[in-house]
Design a protein around this ligand. Structure first.
Ligand code: GDP
Ligand code: IMO
Ligand code: MG
Length: 427
């Protein structure tokens, strides 16, 4: 298999970081193609934990080429801080890093604008990560107020354009929040010239780089951020992120056509979590939800917010699997459920008294959905040392098989702990 992609099928935090890290060994190039520093991917090995946000997980392995492709939105200050932090933890940054000159740049006004907009939505706030992701993608789509990485190297144009943009942003932000402090275009220009100089050796046309890698038969691994249900077009709009975070985003975000992908791996948690607002039919607002949160350490990697927890939702996740087009599934964090007497899987919704396995397109319908739950016995056994499929307790195996049946895809990997070794290869 030469081209692989790893995509989350739920609302993010499915443990994509662990799977990507495991697979880097079999690949030459690792690519992030959408999202930005709203992502928080955890990788654990040799007793150390790494939190990656913009950097592809390939950065932790010697000899791997890491690429931040054109569909990513980049906060250069955050990227430089992450490069420094990984270099200091990991001895040095292993391998090369390349950054697309087409990637759009996040500026301080993006964060400021987002903070004002979210505050004004009050109870209906999206509950974003406040990293300026949505406001940057909004400017990308709007074109007139957008700046790409490549623009940072045309200082005369940049200075003029930035002055116009900051003028407009100050007007908009002050109109929505009279107490907001106006931003200074010259100060931002100077600050970003400094970042641009530091990043310059890494900025390139990554589309060309990736196509060259394909011609040279390099093995490429695509690292998805967020999850399929947060996809801007197909997710639980408007409680989504601002990019195509399902498999749909790989082509647009990297310039590499989807037909070259040999294996699409859908990553799921053995239960469901969600951070931020929006309907969540299987949410457990009770002691079982709290138990899962405690055992699974379900607090956001990026913002530290407690994650909302619930049963595995095969209607929502099945929809995620279909739009992403997965070949196989990785079931993560199965160990977190080990102490429960019984476990549940939602295999249908009841909406206005009607049973359905279709995932509603409108959040108002999803908000009405009552989960139809399949009750299964718990395994009540510590499974964190299991490495072979045959050693899984029968009830745990039945649970994994049910997920496979409902998602109509084979389960290739089961994960029973954060470390590399805590992995069961099922086939
Ligand atoms: P990502 O955003 O999809 O990469 O996922 P996160 O890193 O945000 O969240 C996944 C969390 O689960 C991290 O803290 C991982 O270290 C942890 N993790 C990964 N796999 C397992 C597992 O099988 N069991 C347990 N208990 N934790 C895991
Ligand atoms: P990884 O890659 C989980 C959620 C936010 C919010 C919504 C929009 O670690 O799985 P945004 O800042 O993107 O505009 O926020 O999306 N969100 C995530 N939830 N994991 C993520 O990334 C997320 N990135 C964004 O909580 O509900
Ligand atoms: Mg995460």
């Amino acid at each position: 298999m030469s081209v692989t992609s790893v995509v989350g099928l739920q609302w993010g935090d499915e443990a994509k970081g662990k799977i990507v890290d495991l697979l880097t060994e079999q690949h030459d190039v690792v690519v992030r193609y959408q999202g930005g520093n709203n992502a928080g991917h955890t990788v654990r090995f040799a007793g150390k934990t790494y939190k990656l946000s913009l950097l592809p997980a390939g950065i932790l392995r010697e000899g791997i080429t890491s690429v931040i492709a054109s569909g990513v939105v980049i906060n250069p200050k955050a990227l430089l801080a992450e490069i420094d932090s990984i270099a200091s933890q990991n001895g040095a940054m292993k391998g090369n890093l390349w950054i697309s000159d087409r990637a759009h740049v996040i500026f301080p006004y993006h964060m400021q604008e987002e903070a004002v907009l979210e505050k004004r939505r009050k109870g209906e706030a999206i509950g974003t990560t406040m990293r300026g992701i949505g406001t940057c993608y909004r400017d990308k789509a709007g074109r007139t107020h957008a700046i790409r990485m490549g623009d940072l190297y045309y200082p005369e144009n940049l200075k003029r354009h930035l002055a116009e943009i900051v003028d407009d942003k100050n007007l908009i932000i002050r109109a929505l929040d009279p107490e907001a402090q106006p931003l200074d275009a010259t100060a931002i220009f100077d600050e970003y010239q400094n970042y641009a100089a530091k990043l310059k050796p890494m900025v390139t046309d990554t589309n060309t780089l990736l196509h060259k890698a394909l011609r040279d038969k390099k093995r490429i691994l695509f690292e998805g951020a967020q999850g399929s249900l947060l996809d801007i077009d197909h997710g639980t709009f408007p409680y989504v992120t601002s990019s195509n975070s399902s498999g749909c985003g790989i082509h647009s975000g990297s310039g590499v056509p989807e037909r070259v992908i040999d294996r699409m791996i859908g990553v799921v948690k053995a239960y469901t979590t969600r951070v931020g607002g929006g309907p969540f039919p299987t949410e457990l607002d009770n002691e079982i939800g709290q138990h899962i949160r405690d055992v699974g350490h379900e607090y956001g990697t990026v913002t530290g917010r407690p994650r909302r927890c619930g049963w595995f939702d095969a209607v929502a996740t099945g929809f995620g699997a279909r739009i992403s087009g997965v070949d196989c599934i990785a079931v993560m964090l199965l160990d977190v459920l080990s102490q429960l007497d019984e476990v549940m899987i939602c295999d249908a919704y009841e909406i206005d008294g009607e049973r359905t396995t279709d995932f509603p397109s409108h959040v108002s319908e999803l908000a009405k959905a009552k989960p139809v739950l399949r009750k299964m016995p718990g395994w009540k056994t510590d499974i964190t040392n299991v490495t072979r499929p045959g050693d899984l307790p029968k009830a745990a195996r039945a649970y994994v098989d049910a997920i496979s049946e409902l998602l109509e895809a084979p389960v290739d990997i089961v994960s029973v702990g954060p470390d590399r070794e805590r992995t069961i290869y099922m086939r």
